[in-house]
Design a protein around this ligand. Structure first.
Ligand code: E4P
Length: 214
């Protein structure tokens, strides 16, 4: 499973890249707004640090606006992936950009039908939002499982990015379901490598080590 970092924070990306855990980055307008810096500066700096796809989201809602913005964003760095909303215009823009050889990530996917449409339009990646589905009282992981089945049934090359990941279980279940990628907030990552029994085990080993004759 590949791990993307779901953040616009360059320092966080630099720190976690040192652990060998970062295969790519996803951003969205909310994450970019938290940084209080120009969008272009952030994306260019992330692309310099990360040797993998970096999703940058368009703001326009028409096909023309999305394609125009996509060309601007794609010119910032060779590893920029254009993130587009799952709308009719988003599908048309995805189809157009795919024909032009520009990589896309269709975001805000909340149903298997939406994911299938995005894959048909040629999306490089689709982003089902697990946490936001859980928030409305459904099981977001079912969507990841269904999309995996559908894409496998027909041999789509589109990769599933498990998005809106909120806890360890989301990552573990997405991995078991065969999601190609999980995009994870930097703040959640330590809980993936930490375990209280590891900490108490180290403490015990160090204590016992004191009894070894020096
Ligand atoms: C990723 O591409 C999404 O932008 C992100 O995972 C959304 O997460 P949220 O639902 O926690 O905002």
């Amino acid at each position: 499973m590949k791990f993307f970092l779901d953040t616009g924070n360059v320092e966080e990306i630099k720190r976690i890249t040192k652990l060998g855990l970062v295969d790519g980055v996803t951003t969205n307008p909310t994450l970019i707004a938290k940084e209080s810096r120009p969008f272009k500066d952030i994306i260019k700096e992330i692309c310099d640090v990360v040797d993998g796809p970096v999703s940058a989201e368009v703001i326009g809602l028409t096909v023309e606006e999305m394609v125009k913005e996509a060309h601007e964003l794609a010119a910032w760095a060779p590893n920029v992936v254009i993130k587009l909303p799952m709308t009719e215009a988003g599908l048309e823009a995805t189809y157009e950009l795919t024909k032009q050889g520009i990589k896309t990530n269709v975001t805000l996917v909340f149903s298997a039908a939406q994911g299938l449409m995005a894959a048909k339009a040629g999306a490089t990646y689709i982003s089902p939002f697990i946490g936001r589905l859980d928030d409305i009282g459904t099981d977001g992981m079912i969507l990841v499982k269904d999309l995996k089945t559908i894409l496998s049934n027909y041999g789509f090359k589109t990769e599933i990015i498990a998005a809106s990941v909120r806890n360890i279980t989301h990552v573990e279940e997405a991995a078991k379901a065969g999601a190609h990628i999980a995009t994870i907030p930097g703040s959640l990552l330590p809980s993936l490598w930490k375990h209280p029994l590891t900490d108490s085990g180290i403490e015990r080993f160090l204590k016992d080590w004191e009894n070894v004759p020096k």
